[in-house]
Design a protein around this ligand. Structure first.
Ligand code: CDP
Length: 220
């Protein structure tokens, strides 16, 4: 079974996804972390977005997901990919088809032979259009920024609230306006607005959707 969870920046996708996946015993795949990983590599090598198509082959990038960790060419970059520098660059790199094709191929391979819960921007529309369950997770922009601000403060970050709002708004714009596989609710996705919901409420709602789906499946 494939569960796809899409939505804009900071809607709580990864927090919710981790909890739901562990309840269901599904493998969780954080595709945002993969885009962040490739972006980090480009920043380190001083490769501009418009140079990536030419250079991606020779970059020989290896992205490996292990539980909640992400390894870039063997190095654990789970912390570094959350930096504001990566957050500010990732959407521009994510418009590049060469990067998307490379990562989508990897994501589809990870789906073979296991139940997965995948979160991102284009999972229900492009990567897994036949996913059994599709959720579109949203929240008001100030709620999303506040959540991300608290999360970054807990991790010892010193990024201002204003910077986070600006980053979220800019990523939403670039992600939904890009040509290839833009951020968009799939026609058959269920929209969940989490603005005034607790984490436990969102998790419970998704679990109950899954249960309904599984029951339907057994009756067919
Ligand atoms: O967790 P947060 O909402 O901050 O974002 P993320 O899931 O880590 O994704 C970071 C960025 O990667 C997004 O803003 C998109 O530009 C890109 N992305 C994408 O293009 N397609 C995906 N399936 C997942 C992420």
């Amino acid at each position: 079974m494939i569960i796809a969870i899409d939505g804009p920046a900071g809607a709580g996708k990864s927090t919710i996804s981790k909890l739901v996946a562990s309840q269901l015993n599904f493998q969780y795949i954080d595709t945002g972390a993969m885009y962040r990983g490739v972006t980090l590599k480009c920043l380190r090598l001083h490769i501009q977005p418009d140079e990536v198509s030419r250079k991606i082959e020779s970059m020989q990038t290896e992205i490996r997901m292990d539980g909640e960790k992400i390894f870039l060419d063997g190095e654990d970059v789970s912390q570094e990919i959350r930096s504001i520098e990566v957050s500010q660059a990732v959407s521009a790199f994510s418009t590049i088809p060469a990067i998307r094709l490379f990562l989508v191929d990897l994501q589809r391979k990870m789906a073979v032979d296991q139940d997965i819960l995948v979160d991102g921007r284009d999972i229900g529309t492009y990567v897994f259009p036949h996913a059994e369950i599709k959720i579109f997770l949203t929240a008001d922009v100030d709620v999303r920024a506040k959540r991300r601000f608290l999360e970054m403060q807990e991790n010892g970050g010193s990024v201002s609230f204003e910077e986070i709002v600006a980053n979220i708004e800019s990523r939403d714009r670039i992600d939904s306006q890009r040509e290839m596989a833009p951020l968009k609710k799939a026609d058959d996705a269920i929209e969940v607005d989490t603005s005034s919901m607790s984490i436990a409420e969102v998790v419970a709602q998704i679990l109950s959707l899954v249960e309904t789906k599984q029951r339907e499946g057994m009756n067919h």
